[in-house]
Design a protein. Structure first.
Length: 198
């Protein structure tokens, strides 16, 4: 019983830390966020924070993973809104990813901080420092497999990887055209590839 209580307390502590970290990242950017301020706002000491997250980078990576996971859950829940068909699903997912930056202050701030400089979270998204790309690829591959059960799973995984990597690339360096146009082009590309692979 005590182990369960301790596990619950630890999970609550992690949630409080991540909520405080998100607040500070949104308010002043991740580079300027201070671990001491995050710990204070989470209602814990710095040593307690460092027990959960050994460095600010580890905390930032966990925050980014949490945000991406929440976005992927929203995407999965909204899948039905895309309508039937593989092209619709890919277009809907890509457009959702491209519009996420307008709805998510943390992601908007992360992209505004840019790639350069110590302490940016952007490399966690673009350079494989975390499991973000794998997490997103697995999620996208899952719904593509449902919509294209006859296609080789390796081809589905590759198409999902292309979708996710293009989405990340377009978030970092947005195309001039509207997200709906970019999303349609990516869907055309992936559906064409999957059709050729079936």
């Amino acid at each position: 019983m005590e182990g369960t209580t301790q596990t619950g307390r630890r999970a609550e502590t992690r949630r409080a830390i991540l909520a405080a970290a998100r607040h500070h990242a949104e308010r002043s950017g991740w580079r300027r966020a201070r671990v001491g301020d995050i710990a204070r706002d989470a209602g814990i000491s710095r040593p307690t924070l460092y027990k959960e997250f050994p460095s600010k980078q580890d905390l930032g990576d966990a925050l980014l993973l949490r945000e991406v996971g929440a976005f992927l859950r929203r995407l999965e829940e909204g899948r039905a809104a895309a309508g039937p068909g593989l092209h619709n699903r890919i277009r809907h997912a890509m457009e959702g990813a491209l519009l996420e930056v307008t709805r998510n202050p943390l992601l908007a701030g992360l992209l505004a901080e840019g790639r350069s400089g110590e302490g940016s979270l952007l490399p966690a998204l673009t350079e494989g420092r975390t499991d973000v790309v794998d997490l997103a690829t697995t999620s996208v591959a899952g719904f593509l497999a449902v919509d294209a059960p006859e296609v080789d799973p390796a081809a589905v995984r590759f198409a999902a990887t292309v979708c996710v990597r293009l989405a990340v690339s377009f978030l970092v360096d947005p195309p001039a055209e509207p997200p709906s146009v970019t999303a349609t082009r990516v869907a055309d590309l992936c559906v064409g590839y999957l059709g050729a692979s079936s």
